[in-house]
Design a binder for this molecule. Structure first.
Ligand code: AMP
Length: 307
């Protein structure tokens, strides 16, 4: 049981209507790893600059995340992202993206990371995702996330990367953009024709929908009263989803996929309650389990009473 993830390892500057942070630990692989660490051994892959110090490594290591494939590049700068959210937190604007050490990165994974059972290609340049995919031949389950920037600037390599994974996890708007199909069910079908056997459409605060060859399942987001920063919600969702599946014997069983949707939803809900990694880095397994039960209770309903 181990899960390898490649994706941005970053510093983020974020402004929401409820506060701001000028420089906090972030990145798709970081949010993903923290969420997945509640279920399995997680091995993030990627470079950081020497601005990434002991304090940042400690956040990961305290959760048992294995950082041997986080490469420190002397003299380099870590990936940096600046974003802001509107009053409607589903509307995000990227103000600045600096690839830093990711621009020159050539992944060389340790044997343990190459042999992981589960692989997640979190959001980053798709050629890098493919280089990592090529080194992880042992993975029984693989997933990929991406975003509008890479659909616009690297569509061909992104399409090739998608063809090589089992599950695509992207925002609903990005599925439409990728397939040029406005109907979500048809767009998901079009993605499955590209290679993946399942597609997850993330829908921000409204939840997430799972399309497979044989069916459909969806969960709403938890109705939270305190939401401060949605950054990393999608990555936390994916971390809960794939982290849980890595701990299962049969990750393609329908009941397991549905449970994994539940854990994804729960991890994302904690992530948005505070800025960046603040909430998830001090989360407990008991809190996860109790919110999972709340979500189950909330989403059950009975048929009409027999007359
Ligand atoms: P999410 O809110 O789940 O979409 O993910 C936000 C995280 O993705 C932030 O922590 C950013 O550091 C990271 N991020 C933003 N833009 C990019 C990009 N172009 N490539 C990779 N990671 C990014």
């Amino acid at each position: 049981m181990a899960l390898t993830v490649v994706g941005s390892i970053a510093f983020d500057a974020v402004k929401t209507p409820f506060g701001e942070r000028e420089r906090m630990l972030g990145g798709a692989a970081v949010h993903f790893s923290l969420a997945a660490s509640f279920f399995t051994e997680v091995r993030p892959v990627g470079p950081v600059g020497d601005d990434f110090g002991a304090e940042q490594f400690e956040v990961l290591e305290k959760r048992g995340i294995v950082t041997e494939d986080v490469e420190r590049v002397a003299g380099g700068q870590s990936f940096f992202w600046r974003g802001r959210y509107e009053y409607d937190l589903n509307v995000a604007h990227t103000e600045e993206t600096r690839l830093g050490v990711f621009a020159e990165f050539e992944p060389k994974l340790s044997a343990a990371s190459q042999n992981a059972d589960t692989l997640f290609l979190a959001n980053i340049q798709p050629d890098l995702q493919r280089q990592v995919r090529a080194q992880c031949g042992a993975a029984k389950l693989s997933g990929l996330d991406s975003m509008n920037l890479w659909i616009e600037t690297a569509r061909d390599s992104l399409t090739a990367a998608i063809a090589e994974v089992d599950v695509l996890v992207v925002n609903d708007a990005e599925i439409r953009m990728l397939t040029e199909e406005s109907n979500l069910a048809r767009a998901a079908r079009a993605v499955m024709a590209m290679g993946p056997r399942a597609v997850i459409a993330k829908q921000g605060e409204y939840g997430a929908a799972l399309f497979t060859e044989s069916g459909f399942f969806a969960l709403p987001g938890l109705p939270l009263e305190d939401v401060r920063d949605p950054t990393g919600a999608g990555d936390s969702f994916a971390g809960g989803f794939f982290g849980y599946l890595d701990s299962c014997d049969d990750s393609f069983e329908e009941a397991e996929l549905r449970r994994a949707m539940g854990y994804g939803t729960v991890l994302a809900s904690f992530n948005v309650e505070e800025f960046g990694t603040e909430r998830v880095s001090r989360l407990t397994r008991e809190e996860i389990d109790s919110r999972f039960e709340e979500l189950r209770a909330m989403t059950q309903f009975e048929g009409p009473a027999a007359s």
